[in-house]
Design a protein around this ligand. Structure first.
Ligand SMILES: Cc1cc2nc3c(=O)[nH]c(=O)nc-3n(C[C@H](O)[C@H](O)[C@H](O)COP(=O)(O)OP(=O)(O)OC[C@H]3O[C@@H](n4cnc5c(N)ncnc54)[C@H](O)[C@@H]3O)c2cc1C
Ligand code: FES
Length: 287
C-alpha cells in the first residue's frame, strides 16, 4: 500500500499506487473539475457513490460525489464548489500533484432500474453529480427529463453532456438569463401539476435545494431520492459524524446512503448538524 494513503480503510477502497492529478480546470466561477488517476477506484465506482479526498498532508478529509470516470484510462472526476479551506486548497492543485488521501468508492451505488420517466435535478456541484446518473438511467431505457438550476447562465456547465443523455433538458436561472427563475423545485412541481407521468425524481445539490425538491414532490407522492451531504469524517460508519434520521431511524449517510427517500428525511436535523462548525470553518477560511 502506498504509505501516503495511510487511512484506516479496507485495502479494497484504497488505491495501491499514488493518486495523481490528471487535470484541474474551472467549469464556472467557484466550480472546478478535478480528474485524478485512480485505476482501482475507476474500475469499481458507480453512479451515486463518492470519494474522500485530502488536498495536502495537513488538510481535512472531504467527501466529493463522483461526476465521471474512465475505466480504461483509470481516471475519476469530481466537480467541487470552492466554499472553504479544503475546497480552496483543491482549487490550487496542478496536473502531476499527488494526493495524500483518495479513498473510494464509498457509499452505496444509487438504485438503477427501468422505471419509465425519471426526472433528474442538479444544482451547483450536483449538475456534475447528476450527469452519470442520467447516463446510467438512459442506458436502462428510461425517459430522462433533466432539470438544471443556477443563479445565472455563466454558472451552468455540462449542459451539452446532459443534453446527450436526456430526452429533455429544462434550465432555470435566478436572473432569467436562461429559462425562468423557478429553479428545480418549481419546475418539477409544474411538470407534476400538468399531469405529466413521472415515475421517479432524483435530486443532487445543496441541502436546501434537495429539501425543496422533497416538499415539491411530496403532495404528488412521486418517489424522490436525494443524495445527502452531512459532515463526514471517516466515511466508513465508525465516527458517527454523518448521522441522519430517515423514516424515524438513525442512519449513517456514508454507509447506509448517501441516497435516501427525500420524503422520509428529517431535514431540520440535517440542516442543523451541517452548520454545527460554521464559526470555525469561517475562521479557518479567513486564515
Ligand atoms: C456524500 C457527500 C458528497 C459530496 N459531494 C460533493 C461534491 O461532489 N462537490 C462539492 O463541491 N461538494 C460536495 N460535498 C460537500 C463537500 O464535502 C463540502 O463542501 C466540503 O467538505 C467543504 O469543505 P471546505 O473546507 O472547503 O469548507 P468548510 O468551510 O470547511 O465547510 C463549508 C460547509 O461544507 C460542509 N462541510 C464541511 N466539512 C465537511 C465534511 N468533512 N463533510 C461534508 N460536508 C462538510 C459544511 O456544511 C460546512 O458548513 C459532498 C458532501 C457529502 C457528504
Ligand atoms: S462519516 Fe463517519 S460514520 Fe459516516
Amino acid at each position: 500500500m502506498n504509505p501516503l494513503n495511510r487511512d484506516r480503510h479496507s485495502n479494497d477502497s484504497i488505491e495501491p499506487g499514488p493518486v495523481t492529478v490528471v487535470k484541474r480546470e474551472p467549469l464556472a466561477p467557484n466550480l472546478q473539475l478535478l480528474t485524478v488517476r485512480a485505476p482501482v477506484v475507476a474500475r469499481k465506482i458507480q453512479p451515486g457513490q463518492f470519494v474522500i479526498i485530502r488536498a495536502d498532508d495537513r488538510g481535512e478529509r472531504i467527501p466529493l460525489t463522483v461526476a465521471d470516470w474512465d475505466r480504461e484510462q483509470g481516471s475519476v472526476s469530481c466537480v467541487f464548489m470552492q466554499i472553504g479551506t479544503s475546497t480552496y486548497k483543491l482549487g490550487r492543485l496542478k496536473a502531476g500533484d499527488a494526493l495524500p488521501t483518495f479513498v473510494g468508492p464509498l457509499g452505496k451505488p444509487l438504485e438503477l432500474d427501468r422505471w419509465g420517466t425519471v426526472v433528474v435535478a442538479g444544482g451547483c456541484y450536483g449538475i456534475g453529480s447528476i450527469y452519470p446518473v442520467a447516463r446510467a438511467l438512459k442506458e436502462k431505457g428510461n425517459h430522462i427529463i433533466s432539470l438544471i438550476e443556477g443563479r445565472s447562465k455563466f454558472l451552468l456547465y455540462w449542459l451539452d453532456r446532459l443534453e446527450a443523455e436526456s430526452d429533455r433538458v429544462i434550465v432555470s436561472t435566478k436572473d432569467r438569463s436562461v429559462g425562468d427563475n423557478r429553479y428545480c423545485p418549481g419546475l418539477v412541481k409544474d411538470l407534476l401539476a400538468s399531469g405529466k407521468q413521472v415515475d421517479r425524481v432524483i435530486a443532487i445539490g445543496c441541502t436546501f435545494m434537495m429539501y425543496l425538491m422533497a416538499e415539491a414532490t411530496r403532495p404528488f407522492s412521486v418517489k424522490t431520492i436525494v443524495s445527502l451531504n452531512p459532515i463526514m469524517i471517516d466515511g466508513t460508519g465508525m465516527c458517527g459524524a454523518c448521522r441522519v434520521s430517515v423514516g424515524g431511524q438513525t442512519k449513517f449517510a456514508c454507509v447506509d446512503g448517501p441516497d435516501f427517500d427525500a420524503h422520509q428525511v428529517d431535514w431540520d436535523l440535517l440542516l442543523a448538524r451541517r452548520n454545527a462548525y460554521l464559526d470555525r470553518e469561517t475562521e479557518s477560511a479567513q486564515r
